[in-house]
Design a protein around this ligand. Sequence first.
Ligand code: NAP
Length: 556
Amino acid sequence: MPAQSLDHQGRDQQAGVVDVVDVVIVGAGILGINQLYRAVQAGYSVRLLDQAGGVGGTWYWNRYPGCRFDSESYTYGYLFSEELWQEWDWSEEFAAQPETERYLNHVVDKFDLRRHIRLNSKVTSAVWDEGSATWTTGTEDGFQIRSQYLVSATGVLSVPQYPDIPGREDFLGESYHPVRWPKEPVDFRGKRVAVIGTGSTGVQIAPAIADEAASITMYQRSATWATPLNNHPISAEQQAFLKANYAPIKAELDASVGGFLHKPPGKKWVDQSPQEREEFFETVWNSPGFAKISTNYEDMLFNREANADWCAFMARKIRAIVKESATAEKLIPTDHLYVGLRPPYVTDYYEMYNKPNVELVSLRETPIVKVTETGIETSDGLREFDIIIWATGFDFGTGAMRRMGIVGAGGLTLNDYWADGPLTYCGIMTHGFPNFFFPGGPHGAAGNNPRYGELQVTFIQDLIDFARAREQRRIEVPKEAEQAWMDMISELEAYSSFEKRGQYYGGNTPGKPKAYLLNPGGRPKLDEFMAKAVDSDYQGFFDTGRRAAATAEGVV
Ligand code: NAP
């Protein structure tokens, strides 16, 4: 790798210089750091670019109060190093953002990765050159870098989305989107706060600030099936258990469908009596995070009656917690069953509505008319605020890659190729974009994302190693392999419970094509497709390179 002088922020001192490395990675989040670790270990020269001022990706940007995991901390963290596992003590079952940001910084320092990272580097272009079989990647500040391989680890939830509400820019108070939360803590004391949106983010923030703020007004368009996260500190005994069981825990996670340690109950709703169901649902309600799905009745997602019964149980819980019945009724979803939208996991969310300073506004009953200089006007009048929090979601899955100016073989832009929705192989490659990989991209995951990402990062590094060892400079997923993965998505998507209006279909982003953006086959399908490629020595992945070379030599 050419010698590079980096300043204290990790930026090359001379913007505009064309650097040359083996691998450029975009994104210093959980998968970008993982890919960087693999590539450095394998002896490649690597430069990782991130638009942020620090590492952590999601866990750098989302520093809003209450932000925390809803996958168990130790199942979300890295498993590639037992030493790391042994030395890092997660403090809670579901760690909060500052701890995760510390963890990712610790990983970067432990493995001496920081010197490969250029921060404050927003990628604005990435263009493939067939002649040299390289990518040239450019950043907003004029830095350019050439590489044989380009890896976009830009995350599925990294581009914030604001709704098109008249007057949004007119508000003179403080406005925040959770994914662009300031580094300095926001002072809520004595402030009247509006939270727009009741997805996973809005319902995490509000309870965390409800005691500090003078008032909280929640603006809810769709009610969601939020259930308790059931977080707790990790006890000394549990810590000792985790340390003593690295290998079996890793093996269990590696063999799991969704990347969790949860055990399916081996029971179906249809086989149980009403009393058994009530007792079972009580256990599920008290289970941690996503166990509400993975340890629920095995027919819950496929039998509408079973799902509706679980929803009726949750509705009873909401009515029991929220004292004011009109508020409780507004909080109970009536337009979708469980996992129709991504369910949030909460701490003190429903309880918050019993505080005198918290109000719920149903936008179905009183829609927003406009935002004014002083507050929000709904059809029943104006409420004035000091702070508005726009917890209104993300351009999911493809948002970041669609904004990176990616141009592949023959001048084809990624945006054109994906005009009707992404076309991918294992959620990591797309035909026509040689030597380009995107672990953690659309179609990649549907569960505990780092566990899917780990498979993808490993596959990518192994594929690059294989190609290098055989002097294959050009890797391109064959169209048939991409089509096979897309066929799997179309076939299994039919079993998905998600509604088309939500983020997993791009339904929350105006103008975006409506296409399924998750991997409905889970980790087993990823394993199956990747094993097929590996077992066949990546059959077809180098053919287009041979054809291109032959054409250039006038052989065909
Ligand atoms: P989201 O789930 O898309 O929720 C956005 C919210 O904003 C929804 O309530 C939506 O209402 C509302 N909204 C959007 N446009 C609106 C408008 N014009 N007027 C009024 N309301 C509007 O976004 P999110 O809450 O940021 O969560 C996104 C994802 O991030 C989650 O699914 C999850 O994967 C991840 N996340 C994870 C955690 C965690 O615990 N680990 C925490 C936060 C987020 P509608 O539903 O009616 O559109």
